[in-house]
Write a protein that binds this ligand. Structure first.
Ligand code: B1M
Length: 212
């Protein structure tokens, strides 16, 4: 579809000034919101990552693409919130792991979870261990989710879990993890109950927890 190609290209090229109009046009044309996210926005970000990895793109390019994706999500967020059937509410605490500044995927998980009726406490990026502990004490969530995009800082996840265990809170929450380099094996290794490879499946897994 031409408009999805346009959104893909604008995101890939970091044309953040054009993206608002393009996304609004796609919505106006009746294009499914999930197709806009998955087939255009997320797909473009994947290609940006590949090209960055192979040295064809540089950090400023990535930043511009990230800005374009954020602008697009501002338009889509209210629609994603409105398109799901509200299920029994629960609370999710989520943060990007210590040392990691990526937040686009985490924000997508938040949008999808909120769309399913969850209250989401966003601890932001580069989340220090005590922040999760404090948030569990304050908000009594059913689920604590870690987002991690860097192989190096995924190594901090055991320390995140240790801090929660040391505070005597491990059996009060279900842990969840996701992010490009994360795998089911990784989650299993650290006894993390939920692994989700995209935002929509994360929200589905959260629903299973509160329905139990
Ligand atoms: Co960075 N970066 N980056 N970056 N960046 C990656 C992750 C990288 C794969 C690019 C590459 O080399 N090919 C690479 C990591 C390599 C590795 O460790 N495996 C990388 C690197 C190396 C770096 C720096 C170290 C670069 C440098 O400085 N030399 C640096 C690190 C800074 C730091 O964090 N300390 C850095 C910086 C940046 C920017 C700031 C420029 C920017 C981030 C802006 C922002 O987030 N606000 C950026 C970006 C944009 C990327 C890429 C291009 C795109 C990430 C993204 O937003 N994807 C990325 C390439 C890639 O991932 N292929 C890359 C779109 C997003 C929707 O997908 O985040 O995967 P994602 O989220 C998905 C799923 O993973 C899942 O749901 C989402 C989709 O539905 N998910 C969860 C995510 N969190 C979840 C939590 C859950 C469940 C599912 O909980 C249950």
């Amino acid at each position: 579809m031409a408009i999805l190609d346009d959104i893909y290209n604008a995101t890939f090229k970091g044309n953040y000034k054009d993206i608002d109009g393009l996304v609004k046009k796609a919505v106006g044309d009746g294009i499914n919101v999930h197709d806009i996210v998955n087939k255009a926005l997320s797909a473009a970000m994947l290609e940006v990552g590949d090209k960055f990895g192979s040295g064809e793109l540089y950090m400023p390019d990535m930043l511009l693409s990230a800005k374009a994706m954020k602008e697009a999500m501002e338009v889509l967020k209210p629609l994603i919130k409105g398109d799901s059937v509200l299920v029994e509410k629960g609370t999710v605490v989520i943060g990007t792991v210590k040392g990691d500044l990526h937040d686009i995927g985490k924000n997508l998980v938040i949008t999808m979870a909120e769309g399913q009726g969850f209250k989401v406490i966003d601890l932001g990026i580069d989340t220090d261990y005590p922040k999760f502990v404090d948030a569990i004490k304050e908000h009594a969530p059913q689920i604590v989710a870690f987002s991690g995009l860097l192989t190096t800082t995924l190594a901090n996840i055991p320390d995140h879990i240790k801090a929660i265990k040391d505070a005597g809170l491990r059996n009060k929450v279900v842990l969840a993890v996701g992010g490009a380099p994360v795998t089911r094996d990784f989650a299993d290794r650290y006894g993390i109950e939920i692994y989700a490879d995209d935002a929509a499946s994360a929200a589905k897994e959260f629903i299973k927890v509160v329905q139990k």
